[in-house]
Design a protein around this ligand. Structure first.
Ligand code: HSE
Length: 433
C-alpha cells in the first residue's frame, strides 16, 4: 500500500471543510491518477467538537496551532485559517521545521509576502498558493508556468466572486447591495470580514500577487488604487446599461514602459465583451503576452468547492515535489516601480448630480474643457425643471489624476448637489471581443 502523504489541515471552515470533503470523495481517484494517497493527520479548529464531527474518523483536532507542531507528525501544512497573526505564525513555524505550506491566504501574501517567502527559502520548504487567486481558475499556474517563456504586458480580471455576485444580482434582479451581500455570505463566497470584498481589498490582494508573478513588483499594497462596490448605486448600473456597458469590479495590472500600474475599481465593460458575460460568483482572468497574444480563463472564483479544488491541486503538486526533493523556485521581487495610485490613463464615466437649472450643463462642460478633458457622449434623463437630475458623461482618455481634479471642481459648482461619481471604462466598445 502507498505510504500516505500526511496533511495538517489548519482551518476547518468553508474551504477547509471543502478540502476534507474533496479528499474523502476523490481520494481513491487521486491515488490512482497520481500515486499519492492523502491522509488528514490532524486539524486545527476553534470549535474542536464541531470540526471533529465534520471531519469524521479519528482525526485529532487541536484549537492551538502550536500543538499541531508539538504533538503531531505530518508532511504538508495546509493553512486555511485566514486572517493574519495565527496564519502567519503557523506558516513560519512550518517553514522553520522544513515543512511545505499550501495556503489560500491572499491577504497575507500581498502584505507580508516578502517575509513569508524569505522564511520558506530559509527552511528550504515550498509554498503553494493557487487557491489564493480566483478560486478554481489556474491563474498562478498561468503566470508562473504557462507563460513562463513569454513577456506578459497586461493582466486584468474579475477576481472577487462576492462583488461580481452582488453586481449581478443588483442588475438582473434589482436587489439591494446589502441583500445581495447577505446572499453571497450565505453561499460561502465572502471573506470572514466581508468589508475586504466590498471595499475591493480582496481583489487588490490578488492583483498584487499577480503583479509580483508577472512583473516582479514587491508584495505590498503601497501605491495600489483601490475602490470597491460600496458606493455603487442602482442608477450607475442603469446609466451604464443605457450607454451599452455593464459594471464589473475589475482588477487591472499593466506594464507601462518599465513601471507597473495596479488598480481595482468598479469599471464599465462593453456589454458584448467576454468579461461582461462573466456573471454571479464567476471570475475571469485575462492575460496579454508578446508571443501568446491574449488569453482568457473563466471559472468559479469563490466558495467551498472551487477553492478546495485549487487547494487539492496544490497538494498534488506539493506532494509530487516532496517525493523528488524539489522545492519550487519563487520569482524574486525586483525594483520595478509600481506607478503611484491614480497615475493611469483611461476613458471614463462621470455622473454629476445636479439641479435641472439653466447653465448647469455649460458650467460642467466648462470645467472639463478647462482641464482639457474631451467628451465622447453625454446624457441627461428627462426631469422637471428645477428638480434634481444627473448629467452623465462618457469621457475620452485622460489621466485619472486629472479626472479627480475635475470631480473636485465640479463638486464646487453652483447647483451641483453631490460629489460626482467617476468610474473607468475598462473595456470600451472599440475593443474587440
Ligand atoms: N471572498 C473571495 C471572493 C473568495 O469573493 O472572491 C475567494 O477568494
Amino acid at each position: 500500500m502507498t505510504k500516505p502523504c500526511r496533511i495538517a489541515l489548519l482551518g476547518v471552515g468553508t474551504v477547509g471543510g471543502g478540502v476534507a470533503d474533496l479528499l474523502a470523495r476523490n481520494g481513491e481517484d487521486i491515488e490512482s491518477r497520481t500515486g499519492i494517497r492523502f491522509e488528514i493527520a490532524c486539524a486545527l479548529a476553534r470549535n474542536r467538537e464541531r470540526a471533529a464531527k465534520r471531519l469524521g474518523g479519528n482525526i485529532a483536532v487541536e484549537s492551538d496551532w502550536r500543538r499541531i507542531f508539538s504533538e503531531h507528525e505530518f508532511d504538508i501544512a495546509v493553512e486555511l485559517i485566514g486572517g493574519e497573526t495565527d496564519a502567519c505564525e503557523s506558516m513560519l513555524a512550518a517553514f522553520a521545521r522544513n515543512k511545505p505550506v499550501v495556503t489560500a491566504n491572499k491577504a497575507l501574501l500581498a502584505t507580508r509576502g516578502g517575509e513569508i517567502l524569505a522564511s520558506a527559502a530559509k527552511g528550504a520548504a515550498g509554498i503553494y498558493f493557487e487557491a489564493a487567486v480566483a478560486g478554481c481558475i489556474p491563474a498562478i499556474r498561468l503566470l508562473k508556468g504557462a507563460l513562463a517563456g513569454d513577456r506578459i504586458r497586461h493582466i486584468r480580471g474579475i477576481i472577487n466572486g462576492t462583488c461580481n455576485y452582488m453586481l449581478t444580482r443588483m442588475r438582473t434582479d434589482g436587489m439591494s447591495s446589502s441583500d445581495a451581500l447577505a446572499e453571497a455570505q450565505q453561499l460561502g463566497y465572502a471573506e470572514a470580514d466581508p468589508t475586504l470584498d466590498v471595499d475591493g481589498l480582496d481583489a487588490a490582494h490578488k492583483a498584487v500577487i499577480m503583479a509580483w508573478l508577472a512583473f516582479g513588483t514587491p508584495l505590498t499594497m503601497n501605491n495600489i488604487a483601490v475602490t470597491g462596490v460600496r458606493t455603487i448605486a442602482a442608477k450607475e448600473i442603469e446609466y451604464a446599461a443605457e450607454f451599452g456597458f455593464c459594471l464589473k469590479l475589475l482588477a487591472n495590472v499593466e506594464l507601462i514602459e518599465e513601471a507597473v500600474s495596479i488598480w481595482v475599481s468598479p469599471a464599465l465593460v462593453a456589454d458584448n465583451h467576454t468579461l461582461a458575460q462573466v456573471e454571479g460568483s464567476m471570475n475571469a482572468v485575462q492575460a496579454k503576452a508578446d508571443a501568446a497574444g491574449e488569453l482568457s480563463l473563466i471559472g468559479a472564483g469563490a466558495g467551498a468547492g472551487p477553492t478546495a479544488s485549487a487547494v487539492v491541486s496544490d497538494l498534488v503538486e506539493c506532494a509530487t515535489d516532496l517525493a523528488c526533493n524539489r522545492v519550487p523556485v519563487m520569482p524574486p521581487e525586483n525594483s520595478r516601480k509600481v506607478l503611484a495610485a491614480e497615475m493611469f490613463n483611461c476613458q471614463s464615466y462621470l455622473r454629476v448630480p445636479a439641479m435641472d437649472k439653466p447653465g448647469v450643463m455649460a458650467r460642467a462642460t466648462g470645467v472639463l474643457a478647462d482641464l482639457d478633458i474631451s467628451i465622447e457622449a453625454v446624457r441627461q434623463p428627462e426631469s422637471d425643471s428645477g428638480a434634481k437630475t444627473d448629467v452623465v458623461f462618457l469621457l475620452h482618455e485622460t489621466s485619472w489624476q486629472n479626472l479627480h481634479k475635475a470631480c473636485k471642481m465640479l463638486a464646487g459648482l453652483d447647483d451641483v448637489t453631490d460629489w460626482p461619481v467617476l468610474l473607468p471604462i475598462a473595456v470600451p466598445h472599440t475593443e474587440k471581443k
